[in-house]
Design a protein around this ligand. Structure first.
Ligand code: TXA
Ligand code: MG
Length: 333
């Protein structure tokens, strides 16, 4: 029998077929398993098991009014999770699944209200990572999974990040290497009269509009006090040091960033600097590395993070959204 690696009772499994079977058994028995997806690591439990789902909230320290995404491996499981498919849903699934797009649909009775924090809807997504897909298939149930971080911490994009936050609080984690996208999925609400992006991600508004053939709006926070998505009211992705975001046209924001860095370093502060990519291909790399860099700053014990904004087009919209939400303050120049 090969030696089994456990860290504080949490089973650490390599990304193999055998691991997937072990993890699927844990899920079927009501356990919690963290697993890799192409976006970030998820913390999974059987979506149909009320008490297992409650354990997710406890392990993460997540407020009970923030709903979870249900992960599926096929259309059969979409039909199990959703009461109906609004217009456009199937087209989007065909075009973007498996991939970083979550669709908010009317919730079926098979999914307990705890998954959706009591909402009549459910967010559903088919992840593109082979380990995630085979885990869901082997478990034989849709898997409810938020990002596998302690609530309020940057999302985990590697095994190490998951263990930092959740070792000892979950049954197992499967190693799938670093996540390729690095930012959480686009959340698109199809349950209302118009499609609405609740959270920007790697599937862009432009891509969604091209498939749906109608304009797609982006939710703008909570003007009347009720956020369109419960997740929007929480300050997320927060590193320990305060993050100051400098937005605006490139030459001006660069100049201010450099001046601020000099100023605070002269005062004796340890400053972490997060520069925007200069070429378009760099955007993908910046998204992939964002949470790793933020966690790295925490580990180095920086006093202040200075981050340069990017233009909010395409993937830039998702990156800017995460930076804004991590920021203690944003300066526009
Ligand atoms: O890429 C991802 O989406 C990752 C991986 C693991 O799949 N998951 C993830 O889950 O980021 P989480 O729980 O960290 O974020 C889910 C977001 C939250 O902002 C939540 O409020 C929103 O989706 N959400 C989930 N269900 C919803 C619903 N029924 N209506 C509105 N918003 C919903
Ligand atoms: Mg999260």
């Amino acid at each position: 029998m090969p030696k089994v690696l456990r860290i504080n009772q949490t089973l650490v499994l390599p990304g193999s077929r055998k691991s997937v079977l072990v993890a699927a058994r844990l899920i079927r028995r009501g356990g919690l398993v963290a697993f890799p997806t192409e976006t970030v690591y998820g913390l999974g439990a059987a979506a149909t098991d009320r008490s297992a789902v409650k354990k997710i909230f406890k392990a993460k320290g997540r407020p009970a009014d923030n709903p979870l995404i249900v992960h599926v491996a096929g259309l059969d499981q979409v039909k199990e999770s959703a009461a109906s498919l609004p217009p456009g849903a199937l087209h989007l699934m065909k075009r973007f699944w498996p991939g970083p797009l979550s669709l908010v649909l009317p919730r079926s009775d098979k999914i307990p209200p705890e998954v959706s924090a009591g909402l009549p809807t459910v967010a559903v997504r088919m992840p593109a990572h082979p380990v995630a897909l085979s885990l869901i298939r082997a478990a034989g149930v849709p898997i409810a999974a938020p990002s596998a971080n302690r609530s309020g911490r940057p999302s985990p994009t590697s095994l190490r990040h998951v263990l930092e936050d959740l070792a000892g609080k979950i049954d197992a984690v499967i190693d799938g290497g670093p996540c390729q996208v690095g930012l959480e999925s686009t959340v698109l609400d199809l349950s209302g009269s118009h499609p609405l992006i609740l959270r920007p991600g790697a599937i862009t508004r432009e891509q969604l509009e091209a498939v749906l053939g109608v304009p797609v709006a982006v939710a703008q926070g909570c003007k009347d006090g009720t956020p369109p998505s419960p997740g929007m009211k929480y300050r997320h992705y927060a590193p320990r040091a305060p993050l100051l975001l400098v937005a605006g046209a490139r030459p001006r924001r660069r100049a201010l960033l450099a001046a601020l860095a000099r100023h605070y370093r002269k005062k004796g502060l340890k400053v972490g600097l997060l520069r925007a990519p200069t070429e378009p291909e760099g955007l993908r790399r910046a998204a992939k590395r964002l949470y790793q860099v933020l966690r790295g700053f925490d580990a180095q014990g920086v006093d202040l993070i200075l981050a340069e904004g990017v233009s909010a087009r395409g993937l830039g919209a998702a990156l800017m959204n995460r930076l804004r939400r991590a920021a203690a303050r944003t300066i526009k120049v």
